[in-house]
Write a protein that binds this ligand. Structure first.
Ligand code: C2E
Ligand code: CA
Ligand code: CA
Length: 528
């Protein structure tokens, strides 16, 4: 991955993490708002029900009073008649004034003022009513010329009337309600506003009533019609201040969303960091079987005939090939090496199984790490796997470095189990560790691999130039085989042969090959 790609990936991840945080918070906020709207709609409905109940009740009481006046037997505006009017006005709390008018609508008398003189009467003719029912009840909305109040609601019939304060219709509303709604009572037959709560715009409410908005949770109005009277109430949602809105916001949803967002974001961040860490990528590679195997021929130095191959793992990462030195230590520390060893074995058997079965004289040497040498696990995998392929145990060799003898007792036990099962075991990179010699004493093994660094100095004046020769002597004494690694020049090969080394590998003979190339290489040297 180059710098630009890494930058783009990092940016993408930040976007994903931020979205992971914001999405649940946003959803929480939406739910909070929804729930707030729902509560608000519920509240408007409750207010509307109460308002309609009140409006119907007041109307019923006024027409009740009107009915009582109709039953008064005395001559209109006579003292007994006026007495009756006063009694009715007193017994009906809603009635502010009651009186009579003549056929032309001229005012005759009132419970408050008694009989009216012709002079007063002059200016007082009732205008045509705002509304008239089929059975002769009339209503004036907002009459200001009758006594008892600036603006009265007047209901009349057959020459008598009752007057009331229109605010009666709405005055019980909003009591104890901390967010005041606007309420208006409307006569639905003439579309006139009868009464409103203070500071309510009657025209605006009438407009709402006429367009009759659909009843939705987020609609700021509720319209409720009476089934028994030509009445409707319109309740409008109060205009809430930001502070009121925040106060009534269901914080549970919001906080829940925030917490979920944070949790999701942390998880996403953790996931990406893990996935993008070297270990995460290696673990991905294991899961996806991204390993391939190269086979470096091992030859008989004297005849140059191929005797086998060392299996060398490579990681095919995107379109690059990663050398084992770059990931084996990580795999060992990250607990992935055993899975990699298994994949190497699977690949070897897949690619060379047939070949090994057909040519029992060849072997493939497999590199193991400490975890593979601490338990019998790999041996238990190896045995059945080669048996299935018809490959002999002698055809799979094991290479172990000193580093893999962390638990010396366990390694000793496992190594002898491999040998008992028929697998030759080699000590790899011999001479580079601190205690190579002591291992030779403690472990029974089949051979040594002389490290490339000692082969490199062969024929030079360096102090280590004779180490290879000493190792060969020692191997002869202990009666174990020797394989010299990293032979690049003829002189090195000649020197090693002269000292008695039997086997070698290195670029002089062949670099690591694909399976097909290895099979060809082996065939060529067989024919030689
Ligand atoms: P090693 O076991 O010492 O393997 C020999 C290394 O020397 C290989 O490097 C091979 O490509 C390289 N080599 C062979 N001949 C020459 C030569 O003439 N000149 C030079 N300059 N180099 C030569 P490679 O493939 O990079 O492997 C490096 C190490 O990774 C191996 O060292 C081995 O310790 C480890 N390794 C490789 N495959 C596996 C595996 O499957 N499992 C484990 N646990 N370790 C592995
Ligand atoms: Ca090796
Ligand atoms: Ca080696």
């Amino acid at each position: 991955m180059n710098k630009i790609q890494r930058g783009a990936l990092a940016a993408l991840l930040i976007v994903i993490v931020v979205m992971a945080a914001l999405a649940p918070a946003g959803i929480g906020f939406l739910f909070a708002q929804r729930s707030q709207q729902h509560d608000e709609a519920e509240r408007l409905n409750t207010v509307a029900d109460a308002a309609l109940f009140r409006a119907e009740d007041v109307t019923r009481r006024l027409s009740g009073a009107l009915g009582e006046i109709g039953k008064v037997a005395a001559v209109p505006c006579s003292p007994p008649y006026l007495n009756e009017l006063r009694r009715i006005a007193l017994t009906h709390r809603q009635v502010r004034d009651a009186g009579a008018y003549d056929r032309d609508g001229r005012w005759q008398c009132s419970s408050l003022l008694g009989a009216v003189s012709a002079r007063v009467l002059d200016g007082l003719t009732l205008p045509p009513p705002d509304w008239r029912s089929r059975d002769g009840v009339m209503a004036w909305y907002g009459l200001s010329r009758l006594p008892g109040g600036k603006s009265s609601l007047v209901m009349g019939r057959n020459g008598f009337y009752v007057a009331a304060d229109p605010s009666l219709y709405v005055d019980t509303l909003n009591a104890g309600d901390d967010v005041a709604s606007g309420v208006a009572i409307i006569n639905t037959e003439v579309s006139r506003v009868i009464a409103t709560t203070p500071a309510t715009d009657a025209n605006a409410i009438l407009a709402v009533y006429r367009t009759a908005p659909p009843v939705r949770d987020d609609s700021p109005y509720v319209v409720r019609r009476s089934v028994s009277m030509p009445l409707a109430v319109v309740v409008s949602a109060p205009h809430q201040t930001l502070r009121q809105r925040l106060r009534t916001l269901p914080w549970g949803w919001l906080l829940g969303g925030l917490v979920a967002g944070l949790a999701l974001a942390s998880w996403a961040a953790f996931f990406f960091v893990r996935r993008l860490s070297p270990r995460g990528q290696l673990s991905d590679a294991v899961r996806r079987h991204q390993f391939i195997v190269a086979y470096q021929p091992i030859v008989d130095l004297a005849t140059r005939r191929c005797v086998g191959a060392e299996a060398l793992v490579r990681w095919k990462y995107q379109d690059r090939i990663v050398r084992p030195d770059h990931f084996i230590p990580l795999a060992e520390h990250g607990g992935l090496i055993q899975a990699i060893t298994d994949q190497v074995l699977d690949t070897v058997l897949l690619e060379l199984g047939e070949f090994l079965k057909r040519y029992p004289q060849y072997y493939v040497s497999v590199n193991l790490s400490a975890p593979d040498l601490t338990t019998h696990r790999f041996l238990d995998v190896l045995g059945p796997a080669i048996a299935r392929q018809g490959v002999r145990p002698q055809q799979i060799h094991i290479e172990a470095t000193e580093r893999s003898f962390l638990d010396a007792d366990a390694a000793k036990e496992v190594i002898s189990a491999f040998r008992e099962a028929g697998h030759a075991v080699y000590l790899d990179d011999f001479g580079t560790g601190f205690s190579s010699l002591s291992h030779l004493q403690n472990f029974r093994i089949d051979g040594l691999k002389i490290d490339k660094s000692f082969v490199d100095t062969v024929g030079q004046d360096a102090a280590s130039s004779s180490v290879a020769s000493h190792i060969i002597d020692m191997a002869a004494t202990l009666d174990v085989q020797v394989i010299a690694e990293g032979i690049e020049h003829e002189e090195q090969a000649a020197y090693l042969i002269a000292r008695g080394a039997q086997f070698g590998q290195g670029w002089l003979f062949s670099a690591p090959l694909t399976a097909a190339d290895f099979i060809r290489y082996a065939g060529k040297t067989r024919g030689a």
